[in-house]
Write a protein that binds this ligand. Structure first.
Ligand SMILES: [Zn+2]
Length: 242
C-alpha cells in the first residue's frame, strides 16, 4: 500500500487535538467519512489551517500513519464564503454539518451522497434559494433516502391506493409507511396525520436544489414536522433538529 493518497473532501468539523494539532473530520468522495490529524494546525503560521475550515471543499494528500492518518497537504477548492459571512446561513451550515457528522458512517464511500451534500452547500451559498431552511429539510430527507430510508409516500401501504386529498392520511412511524383512513388500525400511537401536500412537494422538488423551494406556511410547518418526526423514527443515530 502506498504511504500517501489523494482525496477530495468536505470539512465537517475541526477539533483542537493534542497541544498544537487539529483533528479534522471530513466526508470524502473516495473514502467516505474520515478523521485526519493536521499536525501543527493550531499554530498561527500553519499552512493548512486556513484550508480546513468547516464546509470547505478541499483537496487533501493523506499520509498513512500507524495510529492516525495525517493531513499532508490541503488545498481549498471552494470556501463557500456566503455560508460564513451571512449569519442565518452560517447557523444553517453548522446545523447541516453537525447533523451529517451524526449520520455519516466512517469509511463508507458514496459518491452520489457526496454530490448531494456538495450541491446543497453550493446552492445555499449562491443565495438563489428563497427559503434555505425549508431546503435544508428537503436535503435531510434526500440524505436519509440515500442512506436507504425511502418510504413510499405516494400510496397506502395496505390497500395501495394513491395519495389524494379526498381521504385522511396517516404516517405510521413504527413501520415507516403511509396508511389511508380506511386501512388505519385502531392503535394510533406513533402515527401522525399526513398532509398529502408533502408527497407532491417531495415529488416536485428538484433534488439538485436548483428548483424553487416554496410551501405555504401551514404546509411548510407540516412538512418540517414530518421530516423531524420521520428522522426520530429511523434506526440511525441522529442529532435532534430542534
Ligand atoms: Zn388503504
Amino acid at each position: 500500500m502506498s504511504e500517501t493518497y489523494n482525496i477530495q473532501a468536505i470539512v465537517l468539523h475541526r477539533y483542537n487535538f493534542r497541544e498544537k494539532d487539529v483533528l479534522v473530520n471530513l466526508y470524502s468522495k473516495e473514502c467516505g467519512r474520515l478523521n485526519l490529524v493536521a499536525r501543527g494546525a493550531q499554530k498561527f503560521n500553519s499552512k493548512s489551517a486556513p484550508h480546513i475550515e468547516p464546509a470547505n471543499l478541499i483537496n487533501v494528500m493523506v499520509v498513512r500513519g500507524k495510529q492516525f492518518d495525517y493531513l499532508g497537504t490541503a488545498q481549498a477548492l471552494k470556501t463557500f464564503s456566503s455560508l460564513k459571512d451571512n449569519y442565518e446561513l452560517s447557523i444553517l451550515t453548522q446545523k447541516t454539518l453537525s447533523w451529517l457528522e451524526g449520520v455519516l458512517l466512517y469509511e463508507d464511500a458514496d459518491e452520489n451522497l457526496f454530490n448531494i451534500i456538495f450541491d446543497f452547500l453550493f446552492t445555499i451559498n449562491s443565495k438563489k434559494i428563497s427559503d434555505p431552511e425549508l431546503a435544508f429539510y428537503f436535503f435531510i430527507f434526500r440524505v436519509a433516502s440515500e442512506l436507504g430510508f425511502t418510504p413510499d409516500l405516494n400510496h397506502c401501504s395496505v390497500c395501495q391506493c394513491s395519495v389524494d386529498d379526498k381521504k385522511r392520511w396517516y404516517f405510521d412511524f413504527l413501520n415507516q409507511n403511509l396508511k389511508c383512513e380506511k386501512c388505519i388500525q385502531v392503535i394510533r400511537e406513533r402515527m401522525i396525520v399526513f398532509n398529502p401536500i408533502i408527497s407532491k412537494a417531495l415529488e416536485n422538488f428538484n433534488y439538485n436544489f436548483s428548483g424553487k423551494v416554496f410551501l405555504q406556511k401551514n404546509n411548510r410547518q407540516s412538512f418540517i414536522k414530518f421530516v423531524k418526526n420521520y428522522l426520530k423514527s429511523l434506526p440511525i443515530k441522529t442529532k435532534s433538529l430542534d
